[in-house]
Write a protein that binds this ligand. Structure first.
Ligand SMILES: [Zn+2]
Length: 194
């Protein structure tokens, strides 16, 4: 995700747009100070985050047969491990070539994971797994879902706080003013990994 700031002679109001890729475009009128535009963006942070969290149409990368096999070997046991740790149960798991999403969870708690997750950093695959496990409790992306996701991410990733990358993410979350700081920090990494 990146923030693109544009000053426009034609605009009368500050506007925020989110692209399909998850870029945030902040446009503001010529006579408006940039600091005011940034304050406006800050005040709409929840709205922006809500929209970014809907962009699950993160296009999974093309995956070779060999990587697909690795995904089939790695993802289901990892899901089982995280499920046990978090106390969130699922009924079945499938690893698939998914083209528009990284994972899904059906009403009967059947979790599907994109094979391309194997190409991402391990902790981002974990974050997707936790996301789908939280859907076994909340089928939507309302507050209850985000609270549970945040709680489970904190429990799970705290085990790895000695890992430099996870340490950095946890630090970022501590400094963040986002409502769900760890989910937010992971989400940013997820968008960067696209
Ligand atoms: Zn979801």
């Amino acid at each position: 995700m990146s923030l693109i700031v544009r000053r426009s002679a034609r605009l009368r109001r500050i506007s925020i747009r989110i692209t399909a890729k998850g870029d945030v475009i902040l446009s503001y009128p010529w006579l408006c100070p940039k600091s005011e535009a940034l304050r406006f963006l800050e005040s709409k942070k929840d709205w922006v985050e809500k929209h970014l969290s809907r962009i699950s149409s993160v296009s999974p990368k093309e995956i070779a047969d060999e990587d697909f096999k690795k995904a089939v070997d790695y993802l289901p046991p990892r899901l089982a491990e995280i499920s046990g740790f978090c106390g969130l149960e699922y009924s079945r798991v499938s690893v698939k070539n998914m083209h528009t999403r990284l994972g899904s969870c059906s009403r009967d708690k059947h979790i599907s994971l994109a094979a391309s997750l194997i190409l991402r950093p391990w902790y981002l695959a974990d974050a997707v797994i936790i996301h789908e496990l939280c859907h076994t409790v909340h089928m939507d992306h309302q507050d209850g879902f985000h609270r549970l996701m945040e709680e489970k991410c904190i429990e799970w990733f705290s085990q790895y706080k000695e890992d430099p990358e996870i340490g950095a993410i946890l630090q970022e979350a501590l400094r963040s003013r986002a409502r769900y700081p760890l989910s937010h920090a992971l989400r940013r990494r997820q968008l960067k990994a696209l």
